[in-house]
Design a binder for this molecule. Structure first.
Ligand code: PHE
Length: 472
């Protein structure tokens, strides 16, 4: 056997495995925890409408762009750019930074979900009126949620240490279908509650008077967050893909799955919320408050439903956060030459610290702010409102203006073997429409929200990375 210093690149076991893993990355807390509460906060139907437009025009196109770039270079985020043009390394590194920062708050919510599996059995549902207060008390406690966060993050670390095909793929294959079935069942219960109609109306009859610049920015950020775009996760996954895979159809499948789960989660939660006479702008506690109330109404079997739901939520979160951790790990392995184990320990260990600070910012550290926001919000707002969208804009500019059209076409169509009739439409959307659209939304969005200092800070970070691109 020939001796070679470069490791053989791991790859997916099967096409189904890849779709499940990519959909597993996309479907997560973003769909079930975040989408419903953002819908509630941003006025319902109009937000959903704008969100869907962004998903179809921007999200789907960028997902295809990411798969293509990843597979073409066979390298993860940073390496993929670096390999093609050193001046662009920063765009990949920005993605690695985004992943790292999302992992500064995601495990906290993953920990909440894990805790609620057990709380389902220990009396959470026995006093429906106290469910809201119990949630507030739980997340602001300095110890309990931290323990759950560590358990959750440790599980991620174990999965990623085992490598690509065996760990991530297996988890996704089994658990994604379970989640879908469960969401449908809960949705059916929710819409048949008395008074649920007002919730459906809120979701599907847009009230345009509620739309502001910030609505567009929230919808754009959510589209990126939910589809795992703008930070290299899908570049990294694409890099493990086979040369025969049909990229457009894979991107379409993943987008449809992700969007269906978000809408299903909305249908499970929002009609129930209205049926219970609560206000839609509950914020991040929404899923942890409304669904347990719904389960409490089901009598004895509610406990089982609740436990299964939070298991599914935790699993959905896991298959997403594993991909975030994998982006950072792949960077350390490919660019810094670390062995997998060492890369995972370094990345995972740092994330325990950032997530610890985020968790504490819900309680004892709530007075500690950076540029006007607590630690949890710092990571959340910076990634969601700037880094992901700019990351998506950069990949479009890169592919549209810095790579030969022929090369892209070749990769995307497997050298002409796979037909993609919409290639030119897609190409022009990527080259012209998306960069302009994101620039508009970013400018008007940022002008319409508070935390301008934080936004400026985020932009400054990107500029600094760009200046030092060749050194990264
Ligand atoms: N898409 C995931 C979710 O909806 C979160 C995520 C974002 C994962 C970015 C990877 C990259 O929960």
């Amino acid at each position: 056997m020939e001796k070679s210093s470069s490791r053989k690149r791991e790859s997916w076991g099967s096409r189904f495995g890849f779709i499940m893993a990519a959909a597993g990355s996309a479907v997560g807390l973003g769909n079930i925890w975040r989408f419903p509460y953002l819908t509630g906060e941003n006025g319902g139907g109009a937000f959903i409408f704008i969100y869907l437009i962004f998903v179809i025009v921007i999200g789907l196109s960028i997902m295809l762009a990411e798969f293509t770039l990843g597979r073409r270079t066979k390298l993860a985020a940073a390496g993929a750019y670096k390999n093609m043009d050193k001046r662009w390394t920063f765009a990949g590194v920005l993605g690695v930074l985004s992943s790292f920062m999302i992992m500064g708050f995601y495990p906290v919510v993953g920990g909440w979900a894990t805790a609620y599996i057990f709380k389902s059995f220990t009396g959470l549902l026995s006093n429906p009126a106290a469910i809201g207060d119990a949630f507030g008390a739980f997340i602001s406690n300095p110890i309990e949620p931290v323990i759950w966060m560590v358990i959750y993050l440790a599980t991620n670390i174990l999965i990623v240490v085992k490598g690509v095909a065996s760990g991530i793929e297996k988890a996704g294959k089994i658990l994604m279908p379970v989640l879908l079935v469960l969401m449908i069942l809960i949705g059916l219960r929710s819409v048949t509650l008395e008074g649920a109609g007002a919730g459906l109306k809120f979701m599907f009859m847009p009230d345009w008077s509620k739309v502001q610049g910030s609505t567009f920015l929230a919808a754009l950020g959510q589209a990126f967050f939910s589809l795992s775009l703008g930070m290299g996760a899908m570049i990294t996954y694409g890099s493990y893909l086979d040369k025969k895979e049909n990229l457009p159809s894979s991107a379409l499948t993943v987008t449809i799955l992700d969007t269906s789960v978000a809408i299903l989660a909305g249908i499970a939660i929002i009609p129930a919320l209205f049926a219970f006479g609560m206000e839609p702008n509950q914020g991040p506690g929404l899923v942890f408050i409304v669904l347990p109330q719904l389960f409490a109404q089901l009598g004895g079997i509610g406990v089982i439903f609740s436990a299964i739901f939070f298991i599914a939520l935790m699993i959905a979160a896991l298959t997403s956060s594993v991909s975030l951790l994998e982006v950072v790990v792949a960077y350390l392995m490919d660019q810094k030459g670390m062995a997998r184990k060492k890369a995972v320990s370094l990345a995972g260990g740092s994330m325990i610290i950032t997530s610890l600070l985020s968790s504490l910012s819900m309680g004892v550290m709530s007075g500690f702010t950076v540029l006007g926001v607590g630690v949890f919000d710092f990571f959340d707002i910076l990634t969601d409102k700037i880094f992901l969208a700019i990351g998506g804009m950069l990949i479009c500019i890169f592919i549209g203006w810095f790579v030969k059209k022929e090369d892209i076409k070749n990769e995307l169509t497997n050298g002409g073997a796979t037909k993609f009739a919409l290639f030119d439409v897609w190409y022009n959307i990527v080259k012209y429409i998306i960069p302009i659209a994101i620039a508009f939304v970013a400018v008007f969005g940022i002008l319409s929200i508070p935390f301008k200092g934080l936004m400026l800070f985020g932009l400054a970070v990107i500029v600094v990375l760009a200046i030092f691109s060749k050194k990264l």
